[in-house]
Design a binder for this molecule. Structure first.
Ligand SMILES: Nc1ncnc2c1ncn2[C@@H]1O[C@H](COP(=O)(O)OP(=O)(O)OP(=O)(O)O)[C@@H](O)[C@H]1O
Ligand SMILES: [Mg+2]
Length: 362
């Protein structure tokens, strides 16, 4: 970021900020410049609150630290420097109280061990989801055929149209349930047809579809790395993934508008693509992977749902079936990738990582 001569402070791999009593940044090291995408010259003097999604949190913590005299606290904080997407960072806040320096803040990308652990948990949950879907599918499908058939026979025997209304309800509802089960089972059954896919064409298709479906008041911003190579995948299935995630964001935005952090901002969804190096996905190390982030500035996922949104039939939307994210996760998984959700007061972010190079078993 900067061409100044490095000091020992700059040689640290974690980002470091020194903050004064006015809660302004006094000094930053090179790693922090990288994390925030700004130079020290710009960052010095910036109020801490302008870099945070939830400005109150660190301040409250430190006032508490001064009163109770503990010196440091470690927590996950959503940082949100101007012009950059919000990022969750492992954050250690230390009370310094020396001269002008009030606190030091150390920032690290989330622990690799933590990430692998999360991936494994996600893999186990996904398998559970899929066998649950398959079993449930069978259990519901077989009797459903019988119920529908019997209702049809009864329908033919009934003497009046008024009575046939009841059998029609049974038939219609059986058909609805049947199509729900088919939808649930579709991604589990379909094989992935791998062909070179340009992710930006997928994104453009979804952008067009969503803008048509929500013609009023939602913008989709693109932040593409157009130098990315093609991925091997199934175009239609990848469209389904991006569409399911983006449609949720558009539904939340059209229902609730932007969250209070962005009270006067327009409703915005952002598609961001980047290359990431040396990524572990499903215990395989990939030299190169594609990271697709779909961000929105809406209300975020309601707290009670946060841990469960990838489960089938979990929905916060009265008109939803709760299958969109389950299907997205199944497809991403079949492509050897990972889908994760970060919901913060700054909005909601879905991060999809897909391999761009063959993986080596770790
Ligand atoms: N970007 C978002 N902002 C706010 N809430 C979200 C967002 N994405 C998902 N959700 C919450 O997660 C729930 C589950 O999403 P999912 O797509 O799996 O099901 P659904 O949208 O309810 O139904 P459907 O099967 O029709 O997609 C949603 O109902 C919503 O409450
Ligand atoms: Mg949905």
């Amino acid at each position: 970021m900067s061409s100044r001569v490095p000091t020992p402070f700059d040689l640290l791999s974690s980002g470091l900020l020194l903050v004064n009593h006015r809660r302004e940044v006094m000094e930053v090291n090179l790693a922090a410049e990288d994390l925030f995408g700004s130079s020290a010259v710009v960052l010095r003097g910036t109020p801490l609150a302008r870099l945070l999604a939830e400005p109150g949190r660190i301040g409250d913590l430190l006032v508490d630290a001064e009163q109770h005299e503990y010196r440091s606290r470690r927590l996950q904080v959503t940082w949100w420097p101007p012009g950059r997407p919000p990022t969750d960072l492992d954050t250690v806040v230390r009370l310094v109280n020396e001269g002008e320096v009030w606190v030091s803040i150390e920032l690290r990308e989330q622990d690799i061990a933590l990430r692998i652990d999360r991936e494994e948990r996600q893999g186990a949950l996904l398998q559970m989801n899929q066998s649950l879907l398959r079993n449930l599918g069978h259990e519901v499908k077989n009797p459903l055929g019988g119920i529908r058939g019997a209702a049809q026979l009864l329908d033919a025997e009934l003497p009046t149209a008024a009575l046939r209304e009841y059998t029609q309800v049974i038939i219609k509802e059986s058909d609805r349930l049947q199509s729900l089960v088919d939808q649930m089972l579709a991604p589990v059954r379909q094989a992935v047809e791998r062909q070179p896919v340009n992710i930006h064409e997928v994104l453009e298709r979804v952008r067009q579809l969503v803008l048509l479906e929500f013609p009023q008041g939602i913008g989709i911003r693109r932040d593409y790395d157009t130098s990315l190579p093609e991925i091997l995948g199934d175009t239609e299935q990848l469209i389904q993934v991006v569409l399911n995630v983006t449609r949720n964001a558009a539904q939340a935005l059209s229902e609730y508008g932007p969250n209070p952090v962005h009270a006067h901002a327009p409703c915005t969804i952002t598609f961001q693509t980047r290359a990431v190096r040396q990524v572990t996905l499903h215990r395989r190390r990939h030299r190169l992977a594609l990271q697709l982030r779909i961000l929105d500035n809406g209300p975020g996922i309601p707290e009670p749902l946060r841990k469960e949104i990838f489960f089938p039939l979990v929905s916060g939307n009265p008109k939803g079936t709760g299958l969109g994210l389950t299907i997205a996760q199944t497809i991403v998984n079949q492509h050897g990738g990972l889908i994760e959700c970060v919901s913060s007061p700054a909005g909601c972010e879905f991060q999809i990582t897909l391999p761009l190079s063959p993986g080596e078993l770790r």
